[in-house]
Ligand binder design. Structure first.
Ligand SMILES: N[C@@H](CCC(=O)N[C@@H](CS)C(=O)NCC(=O)O)C(=O)O
Length: 202
């Protein structure tokens, strides 16, 4: 398998964590989707990473789709529970985590523009999504070993990668100071070797 991605993307990190957890061998092909010469559209018409090229040549894209594909390999751990309603709940948690990243990226893209081209209302709107999303996760993490009762899975991977992204790209947010439950949860899950092996870097 070949994983097309960047070492900074939290979505790519989700897939790297899951490949590490499953002990699945893969080649990492570094591609920066934002560069003019990027080859990412050759793998995904949407021009986004991650994309996973599997041995028969098929290409899966979107980190959640890739997670579902990886579970078809029938190697533990499974990232989705078998129960249909529990799967919906796990997807919902993963969407919350990914939504925090989406808003964090939109905020960063605008904040990197020259001051006269920035839109403070847009930035505040995106920041609001991030803050409210983190607040909800803080409540959800209270007293939990794993975010979903079915055990370690996609929800945990997505949330810890989203928090790693906030630390990496929005270090001034100081999300921990008002979210002790999420802080304790994230600290514990981040100790897994798959997270230590995939810390974002430029
Ligand atoms: N929903 C997608 C999001 C992927 C995504 O937005 N990736 C970013 C990198 S962090 C990207 O490739 N952006 C390039 C672009 O939007 O043109 C997933 O979960 O894989």
């Amino acid at each position: 398998m070949k994983l097309i991605g960047s070492t900074t993307s939290p979505y790519v990190r989700k897939v790297r964590v899951m490949l590490e957890e499953k002990g699945a061998p893969y080649e990492f092909v570094a591609e920066q989707p934002w560069e003019a010469t990027t080859r990412v559209p050759d793998y995904n018409p949407l021009g986004k990473v991650p994309a996973l090229v599997i041995d028969d040549g098929r290409i899966w894209f979107d980190s959640t789709v890739i997670a579902e594909y990886l579970d078809t390999l029938a190697v533990a751990p499974a990232f989705f529970p078998a129960d249909p309603l529990a799967r919906v709940e796990v997807r919902q948690l993963a969407v919350l985590a990914d939504g925090i990243v989406d808003a964090g990226v939109a905020w960063r893209v605008d904040a990197q523009r020259p001051a006269e081209r920035q839109d403070p209302n847009w930035i505040a709107r995106q920041r609001g999504k991030v803050e409210r999303g983190l607040d909800m996760l803080d409540q959800l993490a209270a007293g939990k070993e794993w975010l979903h009762a079915s055990g370690y899975g996609l929800a945990d991977v997505a949330v810890v990668c989203a928090l790693g992204f906030i630390d990496f790209r929005h270090p001034s947010l100081d999300w921990r100071s008002s979210r002790p439950q999420l802080t304790a949860y994230a600290e514990r899950i981040s100790r897994r070797p798959a997270f230590a092996a995939t810390i974002p870097f430029v």
